[in-house]
Design a protein around this ligand. Structure first.
Ligand code: MLT
Length: 413
């Protein structure tokens, strides 16, 4: 008899952002006159830049000629892109990588979600709380989460609270863990770790044989000097960390899809049986070659264009635009007396809900009273209760209008 993987039915019925989208659509059907402003899912709004579009067109033209047409590409990504990433994204940080340590993909969501394929079901997983839901859900699917308790926590997952009480810096776990997901700048809180704070984690991982899955999807938004752009800025991190990066928020690729994962060759993990150590780079390569046929050539050419001198300027302009939105949101919320975090090195602003409001109550209130969509903090985990997230990735006009609405709104009534 064919059977399903029961873990899928243990998961909440739908993914957080699908849930929110359903709620918003219902509201819009009931109130067709409402001008709803979306500050929920972190989706970009500015179009692709000139360099990217030019490169996409040129690559498309290549596909139209027999002499330059491309069929299957390398599963790991074209060398022109992996070499450019080594040279343009890492060398300026003083990090030396081999192009074979970079795997191009269709985005960090897929890679963070799929990486568990090459890890033992026996691993004890730790996540910061609140957390990007993909890390948890994919470990539920991968038999590592146990059961969901009434406290909103999975029994086999170790939660590391990140709240104002610890300045959003996760404490090292008290119990034995094998793998930890760290995302900095953080989604959803928008907060960061300094180099010294990240070093504590790298040292801990080396000492305790822990694998760090480091999601750096938002590194391009960093404005402060002491915040590292890559975990490999920390000495010896290549021995213990995989890094995920993305063109989505950086260069407007949420719909175009391109990201990459760095799996250092010196990163070795033990087998389930015996003492043998195996290279994760080899295993990830093996996994990708079986389950993935590579990111489309034209998309990789588009991604490459973001690293040309003009491409870099254009990307910087995109980031500056969104970070100006972030400043507007932060200041407007502060001006009405709200406590806010993030928004300085990230496009997310994490707001404490006023006394007496849960995350979902605040979400509903904002939707119904001022027609603004946010993301309820509790959707990211138990420690997100009592917070909501604003995304600064909307357009300026909507951001200003949303903040104007909030200014004239009695949030506490
Ligand atoms: C978010 O809003 O948290 C992100 O858009 C989710 C994602 O990148 O998948």
């Amino acid at each position: 008899m064919a059977k399903i993987n029961d873990n899928f039915i243990k998961l909440p019925e739908s993914y957080l952002f699908s849930d929110i989208s359903k709620k918003v659509n219902t509201y819009k059907t009931e109130h067709p006159e409402a001008k709803v402003i979306r500050m929920g899912i972190g989706d970009v709004t500015l179009p692709l830049t000139g360099e990217v579009i030019q490169s996409l067109h040129a690559a498309t033209d290549e596909m139209a000629q027999a002499a330059t047409f491309k069929g299957y590409g390398p599963e790991q990504g074209y060398r022109f892109l992996t070499e450019t990433i080594v040279k343009e994204a890492y060398l300026p940080l003083g990090i030396q990588l081999d192009p074979e340590e970079i795997f191009i993909s269709d985005g960090a969501k897929s890679d963070t979600g799929n990486f568990g394929d090459i890890l033992s079901k026996e691993n004890r997983i730790a996540v910061t709380d609140p957390v990007y839901p993909v890390y948890i859900d994919s470990n539920v699917m991968g038999y590592r989460a146990g059961e969901l308790g009434s406290n909103g926590k999975w029994s086999n997952i170790v939660y590391l609270p990140c709240t104002p009480d610890n300045n959003f810096v996760p404490a090292l776990p008290q119990e034995k863990i094998d793998v930890v997901y760290l995302c900095f700048p953080n989604n959803p809180t928008g907060t960061t770790l300094t180099r010294d704070q990240l070093k504590v984690w790298v040292d801990y991982a080396i000492k305790n044989d822990v694998l760090i899955l480091f999601d750096a999807a938002y590194e391009a938004f960093i404005t402060e000097k002491e915040v590292p752009h890559s975990i490999y800025e920390i000495e010896n991190a290549k021995k213990v960390a995989v890094e995920f990066r993305s063109f989505s928020k950086t260069a407007g690729f949420t719909g175009t899809r391109c990201g990459y994962t760095v799996v250092p060759k010196e990163l070795l993990l033990s087998c389930e049986e015996g003492d043998k150590k195996v290279s994760l780079n080899k295993l990830w390569n093996r996994r990708q070659c079986t389950k993935f046929n590579g990111t489309p050539y034209i998309i990789q050419k588009a991604a490459e264009a973001t690293f040309s001198p003009k491409g870099k300027e254009e990307v910087k302009a995109l980031i500056d635009y969104y970070m100006s939105n972030a400043k507007i949101i932060r200041e407007s919320l502060e001006n009405i007396g709200m406590k806010v975090f993030g928004g300085v090195n990230s496009p997310y602003i994490w707001m404490k809900t006023p006394e007496g409001f849960s995350s979902w109550e605040m979400f509903d209130k904002l939707l119904k009273e001022v027609n603004i969509v946010t993301t309820p903090g509790v959707g990211f985990g138990p420690s997100g209760e009592g917070f909501i997230r604003f995304s600064a990735l909307g357009n300026r006009e909507d951001t200003l209008e949303a903040m104007e609405r909030i200014k004239h709104w009695n949030i506490k009534k």
